[in-house]
Design a binder for this molecule. Sequence first.
Ligand code: B1M
Length: 213
Amino acid sequence: MMSVLEDIKNSIITYKPAKTKEFCQQALDEGIDPQVILSEGLIAGMAVIGEKFKLNKIYVPEVLISARCTHAGLDILKPILAAAKAVPLGKIVLGTVKDDLHDIGKNLVAMMFEGAGFEVINLGVNVDPEKFVEAIKEYQPNIIAMSSLITSTLPSVETTIKAIIDAGLRDQVKIMVGGAPVTEEWVLQIGGDGFGKDATAAVDAAKKLIGVA
Ligand code: B1M
């Protein structure tokens, strides 16, 4: 008999958001740790989608429906994950940089951050440098996390770092960057502190930056 975690994974791979939601609730009812549901159900399903996508076996519409499945499941898990982490590990302000509308990878990273115990303020996509600056003032995060998913928006990362420096806030936050065209070498070169090649590596990097890894 298939486990409910396999059911969750399969609902994502077969593009059935209502089923993802139903199976996540079932997994919680069975007493499975929400962190396990997240990593072995939702993220495992998205990993298969990511792989198929890379191989051109599926295309954008399928990726978008899978992301909808993941969000449907996350709606069920979020309150439980939040309640379990009464004292968050740290606060992260996350956004996709200006002129970039890609958010699937950024939202996966947000999900992993939350699953690991961080409080996440997700600013969305196409985030102006000034909005990152305002968010530092408003939320006092430990980390500013930027996603840049196309090469043409790499300059927006630099502009955002410059805006943070110009606002006199650079010493208050660690800055991490990720996304398909981003490399660790480049992040350090432009004045960032950390990099993650994928959602799991992003969590490791964030923990390292705040000294809990
Ligand atoms: Co666009 N797109 N897209 N797109 N799109 C890519 C990225 C592209 C590679 C396709 C291609 O040409 N082969 C290409 C970029 C090429 C380049 O960089 N030079 C591209 C382009 C060119 C464009 C447009 C310009 C197309 C056009 O209009 N002519 C346009 C730009 C719009 C804009 O942003 N201004 C565009 C539009 C779109 C859609 C709107 C249709 C849609 C986005 C929908 C959405 O996100 N809501 C879309 C999509 C879906 C893609 C592809 C197909 C998939 C991206 C994705 O979600 N991947 C992509 C092709 C491809 O990847 N082969 C493509 C899955 C996701 C899980 O991976 O985003 O890499 P990824 O996230 C990873 C890591 O990067 C990392 O962890 C994530 C999880 O493992 N990561 C971090 C991400 N953020 C991180 C932050 C961290 C650490 C790690 O720390 C802070």
